[in-house]
Design a protein. Structure first.
Lengths: 335, 382
């Protein structure tokens, strides 16, 4: 190698170093999930507040594109939701714990948000997850009573809850469960995004509230997803378009996404390319391949199939995932 | 959720092994006698404390001191292990080297650990432990957490160094008591322990939704408030720590709380007793249809003896309430108090009497609708 080449390579390496360092500085602490899980399970309020302070000040995302705040919130939510067989006494303890936390830290938006999450979990425990016509009348009353309690609590602590974006996803859940009109959901969402435009969970929660099963329609969903795409285009291209429609499929449309919603495959494909350019995780690759099959796009399927490999992540393949994946393979081999 | 070192047959199959040791294995690990090797390996395993590069300075300092204590302990025990084997052989002169020796040796090991967990050293040491146990961080366990010794001492990582030293000096004194047969001066077993009290409270809450003031941490609530709840001896790993600590913290906050008495209840309730070392879920279920059925857990360790039960009897002679007030137990391999096995016949003994018909006590012994009397039940292995 000539001296000129070596100097050139060295200069390139030096020029890249700050970029790599910056990228590394932008990574979510890989121990965040473990620490958060342990802290909430042990009732370690100090540690929970420390973690919240860390993620609130950071724009770092994890490998799948989740903001540190989103990772923290999702981890805590899962713990609050309890084991699959949790009985009501569990939700009563969680409610009591989060209330103690909020009383000990009255200026903490996370503490109040978690108390609201505990209340909504308890309400859903009463209701169950079936369609409305499967819910017994007394269960509806219990559900409504707890949601009303949550709404009152939210109103009483609005100042703290609205001080940052932490609580907005749960505020949206409560508004949806209370039967708030669609434009109210949108205005709550926009208010939350003004606090933190990077908090993508807010886009997702608004979108869920606009789904037909919650009283919305495909047009409202489309309008909101286009709004999200426009707001985030500079930083993320069409990634939000893809991620939000993927969520809409999960939540309602399933394999009929392209028939029942206004999702456009061309935009979805472009969106997933933007997702993979930033967060090339196996989960996103599998999801993209699933939609390519659903859209019957041979070229994209073949582009992805090797990356999916022989062991697909079936969680990303919708309902009846094994059948879905196998049928995609058969379809592709017939072409 | 199922866990820990499993006892299979009468041999101990170590899942922890000795790979995580911060020191060379106990001298006995190379002994010719397989029973001495077994004891040495078991002790190595329970005193293992793997190094953790991510440990905080407090945790690293605690580990340094704990590893040094364990090393000195092992030095002292190494020459005693052949004596333990000889004592276990002498316990059955008819068949000193039969399979029963493994039961006797294991029982002795379990009892040494349980006695360590319930024993008392001084008021200053008690206060240091009480300070540690009142902090939520007390139950924080690194992913590398390995043996009993590490789990026992981890709560001390949260203490100020001076207080931590007091507690660790207490540990050194407790370790020096290992091997004494019989062991003198052990605390009396409280009528109720944190385990029995939590169990009763959970049962009540499951029935009527009533709950106490201080919220239970989620690790504990998830273990007990599930459709298929775990039994107290199966709470593991953080649920066990969290639930006992939660109970202690709440009781200490009551006006006029007797700190020493509460600590004893906590120690007996949370101690690593015999069931700590086995997977109780693998034992055959108890025969619900037979009040006199021998409890599989007691059978597992060949526990026999007499249990005195206090009965609350109504005017028809029907036993409405029952609780164990005294035990005289015999456990193979144990000379002195079988601390690790003390409650293994309790539930079955209560079941023998509860709902049964007894002779009606004289009218003057009634307080309200119930009169108190006592009865014995004998548990023997044919």
């Amino acid at each position: 190698m000539s001296a000129v080449c070596r100097r050139l390579l060295l200069a390139m390496a030096l020029a890249l170093t700050p970029l790599i360092a910056a990228a590394q500085a932008q990574a979510v602490d890989p121990t965040l999930t473990v620490r958060a899980r342990q802290a909430i399970r042990l009732g370690d309020i100090e540690e929970l507040e420390r973690l919240h302070a860390e993620v609130r000040a950071s724009k770092a995302r994890d490998a799948s594109g989740q903001l540190g705040l989103e990772v923290l919130r999702r981890t805590l939510d899962r713990q609050l939701d309890g084991p699959g067989g949790a009985i009501e006494a569990y939700f009563a303890e969680v409610e009591a714990f989060t209330l103690q936390w909020a009383q000990a830290r009255p200026r903490s938006s996370l503490a109040h948000a978690m108390h609201l999450a505990a209340l909504t979990n308890r309400a859903w425990y009463h209701r169950g997850t079936g369609y409305a016509n499967t819910v017994p009348p007394h269960a509806w009353r219990d559900f409504t009573a707890v949601i009303e309690r949550a709404a009152k609590y939210a109103a009483a602590h609005a100042e703290v809850l609205r001080s940052d974006s932490t609580a907005y996803p749960v505020l949206l859940n409560i508004a949806r469960a209370s039967g708030a009109p669609l434009d109210r959901l949108v205005s709550i969402g926009i208010e939350g995004l003004e606090r933190n435009p990077e908090d993508h969970t807010i886009y997702q929660r608004v979108m869920i509230g606009l789904l037909p099963k919650w009283g919305g329609d495909a047009r409202s969903v489309e309008r909101w997803i286009r709004e999200a795409e426009t707001r985030t285009r500079a930083a993320y291209g069409k990634a939000l378009y893809a991620l939000l429609y993927a969520e809409a499929a999960d939540q309602e449309f399933e394999h009929a996404l392209f028939e029942q919603s206004l999702a456009e495959w061309r935009d979805l494909r472009e969106g997933f390319r933007d997702v993979l350019a930033r967060w090339p995780t196996p989960e996103h690759v599998n999801r993209f391949a699933y939609f390519a099959c659903l859209a019957r796009d041979q070229d994209t399927w073949h582009e992805l199939v090797e990356r999916v490999g022989t062991e697909p992540l079936l969680r990303q393949w919708g309902s009846n995932p094994r059948q879905m994946y196998d049928s995609c393979k058969r379809w592709a081999s017939r072409q | 959720m199922r866990r820990r070192q499993l006892l299979q047959g009468s041999m101990v199959a170590w899942t922890a092994g000795v790979a995580g040791l911060a020191h060379s294995p106990l001298a006995g690990a190379q002994a010719a006698d397989p029973r001495v090797r077994h004891l040495a390996r078991w002790l190595d395993s329970i005193f293992a404390w793997p190094a953790d590069a991510a440990a905080s300075p407090e945790l690293a300092a605690l580990r340094d001191r704990a590893v040094a204590l364990a090393a000195a302990h092992r030095e002292r025990l190494a020459p005693l292990l052949p004596q333990w084997v000889q004592q276990a052989r002498a316990a059955d002169p008819q068949d000193p080297d039969g399979d029963g020796i493994w039961v006797r040796l294991n029982n002795r090991l379990f009892n040494e650990v349980a006695m360590h967990d319930i024993d008392h050293v001084s008021a200053a040491v008690d206060e240091a432990w009480l300070a540690a146990l009142q902090r939520p961080q007390a139950c924080r366990m690194p992913p590398t957490t390995s043996g009993w010794w590490q789990r026992r001492l981890l709560p001390l990582a949260t203490l100020e160094p001076a207080l931590r030293d007091v507690a660790l000096d207490g540990e050194a004194r407790l370790l020096a008591r290992w091997g004494q047969q019989p062991r003198d001066g052990l605390p009396e077993r409280p009528a109720e322990t944190s385990k029995t009290l939590i169990e009763a409270e959970v049962l009540q809450a499951r029935q009527d939704g009533r709950r106490s003031g201080l919220a239970m941490p989620l690790a504990g609530a998830a273990a007990v408030f599930d459709r298929d709840p775990e039994e107290p001896d199966e709470w593991w790993p953080d649920a066990r720590c969290v639930l006992h600590r939660w109970w202690l913290q709440r009781e200490l906050a009551r006006p006029g709380a007797d700190r020493r008495a509460l600590l004893d209840q906590y120690r007996f309730g949370s101690a690593a007793t015999a069931l700590y070392w086995i997977d109780a879920s693998k034992l055959p279920p108890r025969r619900a249809d037979q009040a006199r059925a021998y409890p599989p857990r007691a059978l597992r360790f060949e526990v026999t003896g007499d249990v005195k039960v206090e009965l609350a009897v109504d005017r028809e002679g029907v036993v409405r309430r029952a609780r164990v007030v005294e035990r005289k137990l015999m456990v193979p391999g144990i000379v002195g108090r079988p601390v690790a096995f003390e409650d293994l016949l309790d539930e079955a003994s209560v079941r023998v009497f509860l709902g049964s018909k007894q002779s009606v006590p004289p009218p003057e012994s009634f307080r309200g609708d119930l009169a108190t009397t006592t009865a014995f039940t004998k548990w023997t292995l044919e």
